[in-house]
Structure formats: C-alpha cells, structure tokens
Design a protein around this ligand. Sequence first.
Ligand SMILES: Nc1ncnc2c1ncn2[C@@H]1O[C@H](COP(=O)(O)OP(=O)(O)OP(=O)(O)O)[C@@H](O)[C@H]1O
Length: 587
Amino acid sequence: MRSAGVSGGSRVLRDLLSRYRGRVALLAGTSFVGALLEALFLVMITGVAMALVAGEDRVGPILGHSVGIRTSLALGGVLLMVRLAVNLLGVRISAHLTADVTADQRHILSTAYLRASWATQQAEPTGQLQTLLTGFVAAATNAVSTFTIGVVALLSLVAFLGTGLAVDAAATGAVLVALAVVGTILVPLRRRIRQRSWASAGASLDFATSVSELGALGLEMQTFGVRQRFADRIDELNHETTETQRRVQTLTGSLGPIYIALAYAAVLVGVAVLTIVGSGDLAVIGAVILLMLRSLSYGQQLASAAGSIAANAPFLDRIHATVKRYQASPAATGDVIPAAVTPLEARDLNFEYLPGRPALSGVSFRIDTGDIVGVIGPSGAGKSTLAQLLLGLLEPLHGSLRAGGRDLREVDRDWWSERIAFVAQDAALFTGTVAENIRFFRDGISDEAVRRAAMQANVLSDIEALPHGFQTHLGERGSQLSGGQRQRLSIARALAGGPQLLVLDEPTSALDGRSEALIRDTLGSLHGEVTVVIIAHRMSTLDICDRIMVIEGGRMTAFSSPSILRKDSHFYQNAMAVAGISAGAES
Ligand SMILES: Nc1ncnc2c1ncn2[C@@H]1O[C@H](COP(=O)(O)OP(=O)(O)OP(=O)(O)O)[C@@H](O)[C@H]1O
C-alpha cells in the first residue's frame, strides 16, 4: 500500500492537472511572457546603466540593436506595465484553479463516500472522512498551487536562459549545465520527502480517528475522572504525528539551503567561464550576470516548489486511494420495481463481517404484509445484522432475501427507500429545525404529514412546548432534547413517509412506561397495513407482535406466535421470567 501510494504520487497529480490542462497552459503562457518581459527589462536597464557610466547616449547593441537612452527608459516602463498586467492575470488564473481543485476534490470524495455501500461506510474509521475533506484536501490543493508556482518558476527560468543564450551563449550554456546538475543531485532528496510525507499523511489519519474516539468519550472521561489519562493519550498521539511531520519539514526545509549552496557554485562556474571565454562588452557582462542571478532565484523557487509538491502530493494520493476504495464497493442498486415491498422471504440467509465468523447463518423465514414481527435474542446474536439485511443495507453472503417476490439486490433503490423506514437504537438528529429533522430531506412530505407523524410518535406536545414549535432549531445532533424525546422524534421521522415496511431496533429503550405504551399503541394501530419488524429487549414491547423470531448465536431458533414460544423456546421462557412474567400469567 505504502509503496503503491508513493510511486503513484506524481501520476495522481498529473492526472488531476490534466483535467485542468487548459488553465495550466494559460498559466504557463502568462508566466513565460511575464518572465520574458522581465528579462528584456533587465537587459535594457543594465544597458542604460552601463551607457551612463561610459558617457554614451545610446544603449547597446543588445540583441543586435542599439537604442537611445530615453527610448530605452520609455520601453522599460512599458515592459514593466505589461509584465504587471500579465502577472496579475496569472495570479487570477492560479487562484481560480486552486479554488476549483479544492471544490472538486471535496465533491469527488464526499460523493464517492455517499455512494459507497453501507458496509464500507460503517467500516470507515471515525473522523477520517472529515480529516480527508479538510486537512488532506488543503494539502492536495497546496500541491496544485505549488505546481503552478513551479510552472511559473520553470518557464521564467526558460525565458531568462533563452534571453541569456541570445546575449551570451557560452556563459548561459554553463549556467544551464550547472542547473541541470543541481536538479539531478536533489532528486533522491525529493523522493525521500515523498516517502516520509506518505507516512505522515497516514499518521494524521490515525490521529484524527483517535481524537474523534476520545472526543466521543467526553461524558465517561469526566465521570471516571480520567482526564489526565486522556490528556496523556492525546499528547502521545500528538507526538507521534508531529514527529513524522517534523521529519518531512526538515527534509523539505533543507532543500532550499542545499540548492543555494549548489547554485552559488554554479554562479562561480558561470563567472569563471565568462572570465575564460572573455567578453569585450561591459553591458553584455552586466546583463548576463544579472540574468544568471535572477535565473538562480527562479531556480530556487523551482527547487522549493518541487520539495513542496513531494511533501503534499502523498495527501492527494491518500484522497485518491480512499475514493477508489469507496468506488470499489458501491451501494447495491437494481432496476426492478416489485408490486409491493412485502412479502419478505429469507432463504438460507448467511452473513459475516469478518471471514470465517458468521454473524448470521442459515436463516429462513417469511413475513407477510401487515405482520408485526418481534425479534429477540441475546446480545450479539445477530438481530441488528438481520435488520440491516432486511433494509437492504447489507447484502447476504449466501442465500437470498426476496421483497415482493424479487431478489432485494435487483430492486430499484429509490423505489425501495421511499417505502421503508428505520428507527435506530441511537436516534441520530442533525442541526436544523424539528420539522426538518422529521421530514429528513424528503421534500414530498407535507407539513400535515409531519404533524400527524409527531402525534403518532407521541412527541407532539413536547414539540408544541418548544419556543418555536416545529420551527425550533435543535442544537447539534438535537442536543436540546432528552434521550426519550430524540427517540420519539426519530420514530416520527420513520412514520412521516408512510412506510410499507417499518424496522425498529430497540425503539423504546429510552422511554418511560407511559411513552412506551403510547408508542406500542401507535405501532399496534399499523397492524394489517404496515409490515413492522421490531427488535426488542423489553418484553413488553412484544405485546403487539403476531409472531416472534428468536435469534441465538446467528441462527434462528424459533419463529412463532407468543403462545407457542411460551411452550417451545427456552430463550423466550427465560426472557419472560427475567421480565417477571410467568408463562401462564401472560395469556
Ligand atoms: N461492523 C461489524 N464488524 C464486525 N463484526 C460485527 C460488526 N457488527 C456486528 N458484528 C458482530 O456480529 C455479531 C452480531 O452483531 P449484531 O449487532 O447483529 O448483534 P445484536 O443481536 O444486534 O446485538 P445487541 O443486542 O447487543 O445489539 C456480533 O458477534 C458482533 O460482534
């Protein structure tokens, strides 16, 4: 992985830049013209200075022409103005280019994530996507903007050396050779920067994950009084990350001084060549030295840009590798539209998260339209996994799951999503109004339906007690609400779309007895119209169920009516006993 990423570094950047090749070419053109104008200006101004020193009233001959001093100064002024205009145009192109790269990278990454399968999204370490979208995209953009600086420096160098060749071919040729040698000497250093930077990018992602995890444990951290341990852990992770950054920066920073040392040696060589070859014209010698020094400054910019690209390109590689990974496991979709969502028929359903460790095996059942089915079983038995399979979020490893007579994998995802709903164990709300949280981006749901759903979920009076009712803005993740209110709001969200299939994963865990009874009544009233699957730990939640499925160790050990289970299922009997309900007493 590491070597693939490193070796692919410049290729990813090249591919990215080829998408903007028109603008890169325009930028290159403006840099070249700007540098050419600057070189001509320098040649001209040196000529004027030398002419003044020699008491002459004409400059040159430079590039085969001799010009009056006043005309030269006027020409110099024009050159400067045109150069300024060309440079400002270049700055504008470069700013647009980098802004577009940032926007495009964020778009590509977030779209790829949103289109990836649930299994891929679920496996994504906490905090990594945010870090990729922010810090990594910034570094990738930096690589592109540094590339544009490099292009400007390279073409300026070419323009200067071209002008130098026209003024004095021998001296400029010597500078050219020296610069090529310096560039070659620095190649291994840049390679090393790229390798270290790839490792540094990985360390940043690990840091982001660890910090997010620690952040999510704030309540526990305070309760158990382990703040110092957390601070130490953050320091430790911080140290590991900054250490890799330090190495990259040391190498990147040393590129400049090494270049300067080698470049001044090149100046010495250039001047030595000039001394040996000789030149009778003072103006020419002055102009060549000025051009050489300016060339070296552009050369230094080029070397720094190359170092910076080497340090930033691996972040782009990481983004690219992540996008590829997301794209490799897209969310399943088909184009079949069944007559209805139900019946749901599972045949020999098998699923495993990790190879060789089945979370569900050999599960077969049929759930008919309007059935209310409870799912019970010990912790870790596979109930939530079954719920995710029923929702079409996970695909069975073996066996099949049919919805309305068609394999769920073939069913059109938009059609399916409009007809199903889910209430998770942890109600997930977002920063927005109460109504927005219930509607949940489904624009077709009317205000009336939102209100009705709130009533069904027994949360209407809570909403009406809020300062702005349905328009009240909830804090981050609905932090203004209690756990029970959040849970009822997420039940309202599920009911608002009028689903044909409603799957609930422990929907009443945060509710008091009265609220739970009201939700139970609401779910009971759906009987015959909506197919309901409820994963429940509270036995009272199961009162409304036609049948109860018992899952133990990934296998379905029973699926019958409560009265039969009371006789046949040990798990059910034990669960009833724990709930304080005797087998005989309940009927
Ligand atoms: N994302 C995952 N990666 C790897 N293993 C997983 C993952 N999610 C669940 N498992 C494993 O799959 C098995 C079934 O988990 P599942 O969450 O379906 O159980 P559950 O019956 O819903 O448990 P609980 O009642 O505690 O919520 C467990 O052994 C669990 O460790």
